[in-house]
Design a protein. Structure first.
Length: 140
């Protein structure tokens, strides 16, 4: 059985997905907000490294950037924002289609991204402390 990473097409395909997702988010007034205020200049590449690892590929994110606790801390204490989340999730699904990730791999990637996005809400309230040592959030 191949990994989701392999089924999607490897790093270049995941990178194309993250670049397209970022473009789509910037085009949507609801989804653009977090990207309009100074994200890391290599956000798409870092997200591609994270998703590659989450999808069963090489440990690019944890080897070079940080662990799951670090990722959750980056996204914590910004409130719960369901409308924003839904806009970003819709953009992710559109990005999957736009870069020709279809069928079961697209459904699995979409389900993972939804689960991960909704899971971040637990750290949304101001002052929430993200515990250390969180396990990496892999796709199912």
């Amino acid at each position: 059985m191949s990994t989701l990473y392999e089924a999607i097409g490897g790093f270049d395909k995941v990178l194309a997905l993250t670049h397209r997702w970022h473009e789509l988010c910037l085009q949507d007034p609801e989804a653009a907000h977090p990207f309009e205020h100074g994200v890391h200049p290599y956000h798409s590449e870092r997200l591609a490294a994270y998703l590659s690892e989450a999808f069963g590929g090489p440990k690019l994110y944890s080897a070079g950037y940080g662990d799951e606790t670090y990722v959750q801390q980056l996204h914590s204490c910004n409130g719960v924002h369901i409308e924003l989340d839904e806009a970003c999730l819709a953009a992710f699904d559109q990005a999957l289609a736009d870069v020709n990730i279809t069928g079961a791999p697209a459904a699995r990637a979409s389900a993972y991204f939804r689960r991960a996005t909704e899971g971040q809400r637990v750290w949304g309230e101001h002052g929430t402390q993200v515990p250390t040592g969180l396990p990496f959030n892999h796709a199912e």
